[in-house]
Design a protein around this ligand. Structure first.
Ligand SMILES: Cc1cc2nc3c(=O)[nH]c(=O)nc-3n(C[C@H](O)[C@H](O)[C@H](O)COP(=O)(O)OP(=O)(O)OC[C@H]3O[C@@H](n4cnc5c(N)ncnc54)[C@H](O)[C@@H]3O)c2cc1C
Length: 394
């Protein structure tokens, strides 16, 4: 088996690198650093999103007929690697692009595709994913938010929670119970809901990092036209499972920067003094960095398995769970290790003039969340055990 990139793929990498280096957003100015907050970052990322789109890099893997570039998954991977190398984000509307868009392509009517896909790609309309509820997270089949079909409209009542970017969203891919009498996997449906509809209330939830990226959403007699049903009525479970597979594949690929975190740790270890020499000369730190390097390499080769499946034109499968589990757990451990190298300096917040480069405190606090979002690590282990290893259910 040949794991090397072909000359064409290497040429593509050079093309991506040259464009990104020439067009990437400038570093934050000292004034921006002082008043840095979520709104400022969102606006910066929005400008970056538009630039990526105009440069032809939006929705790389989306088929050309839907406004994407029809790039192969290898090309997409190369692009993600180069973005991560520069520490730049994908832009905004990430959930729309990695989840709602592919779900619409798979399940949407021609009218729905024509109406929604392009604004998703251009981030002219921001989307969120309404799955989790206070009583249904890992066990999403237990959702209780109710949608009743009355004439030509669904009437929605209930609550969602942890909805990323709901406060910035124009639409929500919402999962609701449409038949309360059917077995729980059989009475759900997916709806495309306008977040500006009367009866929708969004309440931000503040995280330990100080950011408020996710929210509660309350639905009170919210009316949604019948044609906004995504996929067949009462078969929302199938829509949900396929949407989650896209998310897991997306998370493992978009946070594919484990090698970048490793490189940052190594650079930091070479520069930071510890006990009279650089941290890189400390035996324990060297061993841990070597261990991370081994795991990053193993993760990379394992990731190629999920990629091979996609290259064969197959949809993401339970193998995405391996990528999701390994990427998020490894990134979490590596990010935390920055504290071992930086010592007490790591606790300084990014606004402090003495804060080390890299925004490590915030990253450490945030790294926890990806091991929960998109299905917790325990749930991924169940999937791997049952679907891949064919172990009996626990
Ligand atoms: C950053 C972030 C963003 C998110 N964004 C969204 C979003 O946009 N939309 C959305 O709908 N949701 C979102 N979520 C919610 C996320 O999907 C849920 O938090 C997650 O699925 C876990 O559900 P829960 O919080 O209800 O925990 P629970 O399901 O109550 O789990 C609690 C604990 O029990 C364990 N557990 C549960 N079931 C099992 C089992 N069968 N076997 C073994 N262990 C088990 C879990 O691993 C966990 O440790 C987000 C979460 C985070 C952290």
């Amino acid at each position: 088996m040949d794991f090397n990139y072909s000359p064409e793929q290497e040429a593509y990498r050079q093309q991506v690198r040259a464009w990104l280096e020439a067009n990437q957003p400038p570093p934050l100015t000292p004034e921006e650093k002082e008043r840095i907050d979520e709104d400022l970052l969102w606006e910066r990322n929005k400008r970056w999103h538009k630039k990526l789109y105009e440069g032809g890099w939006g929705g790389l893997s989306w088929p050309k007929e839907y406004g994407g570039r029809g790039a192969t998954f290898i090309e997409q991977l190369i692009f993600q690697q180069e973005l991560a190398r520069l520490g730049q984000p994908m832009g905004i509307n990430v959930l729309g692009i990695i989840m709602t868009g592919p779900a619409l392509m798979q399940w949407g009517t021609d009218e729905q595709k024509a109406r929604y896909l392009k604004p998703i790609l251009m981030a002219d309309e921001i989307w969120c994913e309404g799955m989790s509820e206070p009583g249904a997270g890992s066990d999403l089949a237990s959702i209780q938010t109710r949608a009743e079909l009355v004439g030509d409209e669904f009437i929605i009542n209930g609550q969602k929670v942890w909805t990323t970017h709901a406060h910035r969203s124009d639409f929500c891919q919402l999962f609701v119970r449409t038949d309360p009498n059917a077995p729980k996997h059989k009475g759900m449906s997916a709806l495309l809901v306008d977040m500006h509809s009367p009866g929708v209330t969004v309440q931000p939830l503040k995280q330990i990092s100080g950011d408020a990226e996710f929210n509660e959403i309350f639905f009170e007699d919210v009316r949604v036209p019948k044609q906004n049903l995504l996929g067949p009525l009462n078969r929302g479970w199938e829509v949900l499972v396929s949407t989650l597979m896209h998310e897991r594949f997306g998370i493992s690929e978009t946070i594919g920067g484990a090698d970048v975190i490793l490189a940052q740790l190594v650079e930091m270890a070479k520069a930071i003094p510890v006990n009279g020499h650089t941290a890189a000369k400390d035996d324990e730190i060297r061993q841990q960095l070597a261990q991370f390097a081994i795991e990053v390499t193993a993760k990379k080769y394992n990731g190629l398995r999920a990629l091979t499946r996609r290259l064969k034109g197959l949809p993401p499968s339970a193998e995405s769970s391996i990528g999701k589990l390994v990427s998020t757990e490894l990134s979490q451990r590596m990010t935390r290790f920055a504290a071992r190298i930086l010592g007490a300096y790591v606790t300084l917040e990014r606004k402090s003039p003495f804060a080390p480069d890299g925004d490590w405190m915030r990253r450490i606090l945030q790294a926890e969340s990806l091991t929960i979002a998109g299905g917790t690590s325990s749930v991924q282990k169940n999937m791997i055990g049952e679907r891949i290893l064919q172990l009996p259910k626990g």
